[in-house]
Design a protein around this ligand. Structure first.
Ligand code: GLV
Ligand code: MN
Ligand code: MN
Length: 408
C-alpha cells in the first residue's frame, strides 16, 4: 500500500520558499546564483536534512538529497529547479522539488524503505534568464556541457557562473552525473493553457519541443531624427522591430507548434530624437519538429540578412542555447498515465512547450514528466497559479510512480 501524501507541508513550504525574493503580485525573483537563490537553496537544503536526506552538492551547484534504499542500487530520482526568471511565479520548478520532499516525508511517516534509493534534486540555472544556456545544471549533469564552459558563462554585468557559484557557497565537490539514476521523473506545472482549458487534471508529457535561442547585435549609425532623410538612415532599431514582426508572422504562417518570441531588446542610445546606432535583441524559436525548427531558424536568418543589406547595418549573432526536441521514455510515460488513472484523475498526453531539466536527464536514463494545470495558462508571470487540489494530486501521482519504480 502506497502512503497518502499530505498537503500541509507542500503548501506551507511553497509559501515559505516564495517569500524569498518575493515581488509584487505574489511572484518571485530568484535569478540563478543570486543572493536570493542562495537563500532559497539554504532553505531547501535545511528541509532535505530535516527529512534525513544525505545532501550532496556537485561542482555545478546541483543539490541532490539521497534517501537510502534496502539495496545499494542506482536511485530513482525526481526534482526540478528553484531558480526563477526575474518576473517568475512561485510554482515553476519549485513545485517539483518540494513535491519530491513530500514523497520522502510520506515514506518516512509510513516507515517505508524502498528497494532502490530515492534522490530529490534541484538543478542549477534551469531558467537561463541570467546565464545561458538554460537547463545548465542538468545539461552538465548529463554530460552535455563541460564544467569549464559552464563556469565561463557570464551575465549581462560580466559576472561568471564559476565565480558566482563560489560566492554563494554552492561550488560543491562531487562530480556532476556521478550518481546515475535508474529513472528520472519531473513533476511540473504545465505553464500553458491546455489542461486548464480542457479541465484535465494530469498532463502525461511525451516530449519537449526543440529550443533555439539567438542573440543579435546590430550596428548602425546614430543620427538626428529630424534632419536625417529616411533614405539615409542606418537604423539598428528598425532591424530589431522588423525581426519581431517577421517572427510573429512566420509562426502564424508555419502553424502547428511553431512559436517565436523577441523577448529582450535594448536600443542605444535609446533617446526619442536619435536614430539608434545599436540594437541587441534575442529570438526564441521552438517547435516539436526539428526540421521545422531548422526551417524557422533559416527563414529568420534570411530575413535579417535582407533587412541588414537594405538598411546598411551590420549584424552579429550568437547562439545562446540550442536543443533538439526530446522524446521521453515510452514505458515510463505509460506508467505516468496508468498511475494518474488509478487515482481517477483525468489525463491527456501532450508535449511540453517549456524547457525542463527532464529533457537533459533523458540522455542519462529513462525519463518522464507529470504536468498539473496552470490557471489561465500563465507562467513566467507573478500571477502563475495552480489550485492546491491539483498540486496535491500531481504529487500523489509522483509518489505512487516513484514507489513502483523504486521497488522495480
Ligand atoms: C525555461 O523555463 C524555458 O522554457 O524558457
Ligand atoms: Mn521550470
Ligand atoms: Mn521557467
Amino acid at each position: 500500500m502506497t502512503p497518502e501524501l499530505s498537503d500541509r507541508h507542500l503548501l506551507a513550504n511553497l509559501d515559505a520558499l516564495a517569500r524569498i525574493g518575493a515581488i509584487d503580485g505574489g511572484g518571485c525573483a530568484r535569478l540563478a546564483l543570486s543572493d536570493e537563490d542562495r537563500q532559497g537553496r539554504d532553505l531547501v537544503v535545511g528541509w532535505m536534512k530535516e527529512l534525513g536526506l544525505d545532501v550532496r552538492i556537485d561542482a555545478i551547484g546541483n543539490v541532490i538529497g539521497v534517501r537510502a534504499g534496502r539495496e545499494d542500487l542506482p536511485p530513482v530520482m525526481t526534482g526540478s529547479h528553484i531558480d526563477t526568471v526575474r518576473t517568475g511565479g512561485r510554482y515553476d520548478g519549485n513545485y517539483g522539488v518540494l513535491a519530491g520532499l513530500e514523497v520522502v516525508r510520506a515514506l518516512n511517516a509510513a516507515k517505508v524503505v524502498t528497494r532502490r534509493p530515492l534522490a530529490v534534486a534541484f538543478f542549477t540555472n534551469e531558467e537561463g534568464a541570467r546565464f545561458q544556456p538554460d537547463m545548465m545544471g542538468s545539461l552538465v549533469y548529463a554530460g552535455g556541457l563541460g564544467l569549464n564552459e559552464a563556469y565561463a558563462a557570464a551575465d549581462k554585468d560580466g559576472l561568471a557562473v564559476g565565480d558566482e557559484l563560489r560566492r554563494i557557497g554552492y561550488l560543491g565537490a562531487t562530480k556532476p552525473g556521478a550518481l546515475r539514476p535508474h529513472a528520472f521523473v519531473e513533476l511540473h506545472i504545465e505553464q500553458g493553457p491546455i489542461l486548464d482549458e480542457e479541465k484535465v487534471r494530469i498532463g502525461v508529457v511525451e516530449s519537449v519541443q526543440g529550443i533555439s535561442w539567438t542573440e543579435y547585435t546590430v550596428t548602425g549609425v546614430s543620427n538626428h531624427a529630424g534632419t536625417t532623410p529616411m533614405r539615409l538612415r542606418r537604423d539598428a532599431g528598425y532591424l530589431a522591430a522588423s525581426v519581431n514582426l517577421f517572427a510573429r508572422k512566420l509562426a502564424w504562417e508555419m502553424g502547428g507548434d511553431q512559436v517565436a518570441t523577441v523577448g529582450a531588446l535594448v536600443l542605444r542610445p535609446n533617446l526619442i530624437n536619435v536614430v539608434p546606432n545599436r540594437a541587441v535583441f534575442t529570438v526564441d524559436l521552438r517547435n516539436t519538429d526539428e526540421a521545422k525548427l531548422q526551417e524557422a531558424e533559416a527563414r529568420v536568418a534570411a530575413h535579417i540578412a535582407e533587412v541588414a543589406a537594405s538598411e546598411r547595418v551590420a549584424v552579429e549573432s550568437k547562439v545562446l542555447a540550442r536543443f533538439e526536441p526530446v522524446i521521453f521514455d515510452p514505458g515510463l510515460v505509460d506508467r505516468v498515465e496508468r498511475h494518474a488513472r488509478a487515482l481517477s484523475l483525468s489525463t491527456r498526453r501532450m508535449p511540453s512547450g517549456a524547457g525542463h531539466d527532464a529533457q537533459m536527464m533523458q540522455r542519462l536514463c529513462p525519463t518522464a514528466m507529470i504536468f498539473v494545470p496552470s490557471v489561465e495558462g500563465l507562467s513566467h508571470n507573478v500571477k502563475e497559479h495552480t489550485e492546491p487540489a491539483d498540486l496535491v494530486a500531481g504529487a500523489q501521482v509522483l509518489l505512487n510512480l516513484i514507489v513502483e519504480l523504486a521497488e522495480g
